[in-house]
Write a protein that binds this ligand. Sequence first.
Ligand SMILES: Nc1ncnc2c1ncn2[C@@H]1O[C@H](COP(=O)(O)OP(=O)(O)OP(=O)(O)O)[C@@H](O)[C@H]1O
Length: 362
Amino acid sequence: MTAGAQPFLRASGIEKHYGQTKALAGISLDIANGEFLTLLGPSGSGKTTFLMILSGFVNASAGTLHELGTDITSRPPEARDYGMVFQGYALFPHMSVEDNVAFPLRVRGMDRGARRTLVHDMLARVGLTAHARKKVSQLSGGQQQRVALARALVFRPRVLLLDEPLSALDKNLREQMQAELRALQRDTDTTFVFVTHDQAEALHLSNRIAIFDQGRLQQVGSPEDVYERPENRFVAEFLGQINLFPVSGLRADGAGMAGAFEGVALRAPARTVGTGAAHLAVRPENLTITAAQPAGAANALPATVEDAVYGGARINLVLRTASGTPVLCDLPAGSDAALVTPGSPVWLSWAPEKCLLLPQED
Ligand SMILES: Nc1ncnc2c1ncn2[C@@H]1O[C@H](COP(=O)(O)OP(=O)(O)OP(=O)(O)O)[C@@H](O)[C@H]1O
């Protein structure tokens, strides 16, 4: 979003309390027109609650919601006119596919001819033309999911709210539907707000990801931002595996910073992390292992291979440093067999720009 541009949707200080439970503890978030925004977080982190507040079906306890500068905080769902695809969101099982998809147009009073064109266009987009006359109950799970998408998009909503729409599908179908969702979002230029607790799904689909934990927004950014530049330990650990080395005596070191771990100086890009201690974080795929100490490497630690798990394209290693800190390392298959044998002494190394410092939290 360009600086100064009016956001399409703006949530400011949204809170939601259920008795003693604070489902949302102050969410402020701008949503751009036409973006694919994913709300990602563990179970109970407040994703669905926030989506329901966007829909208008749940009222916030505090905070405001604006659409293009207009306060819509207390605007009812039907006046917001957003499309919705919820988990198990009821299709009419005994009605035909085309009647299901035509339903939102009927309730909006559109005449039959105009309805037909829009319904058939939508069914073609989701690949269901051949099934138009079938009853929904005769379709597979993936086909039903497509009917739900077609029904939610047929009236051209500006916003589509999706709550774990793919969670009931098996892995292959899920991946196929992910690609279709992206294509639908691009082709229809609709703003998608998508809830999931699946990290890989969020990384694959989104323009931006908003990461929730305990009713708070932990970080918002592009998939690359949140994966490669997590702002805190929660985000770093939630988005995949990461090694954390507690370093002490942090100091400026050239353009970056250095701190000590097991008596070895480790270097990372400069970052404000508070006290003299922090965690140096490096993802398993950014580690290299060698038999000999690498000459001139800025970060090199001696370690021992404890376990090697063959995974097809990759080999996953568990190693231990001198003081017994476990380290995960993810190597391409075909890496030197002698090095990945349990018991082998090796050197772990990585470039300073492949790691980052995270504040030390309790
Ligand atoms: N209607 C309700 N009444 C009471 N508590 C609720 C209600 N809805 C949600 N909560 C609570 O609010 C918190 C956030 O719930 P929410 O459903 O938004 O989380 P979520 O991140 O979507 O989780 P999940 O991935 O499991 O669906 C939870 O502690 C939940 O128990």
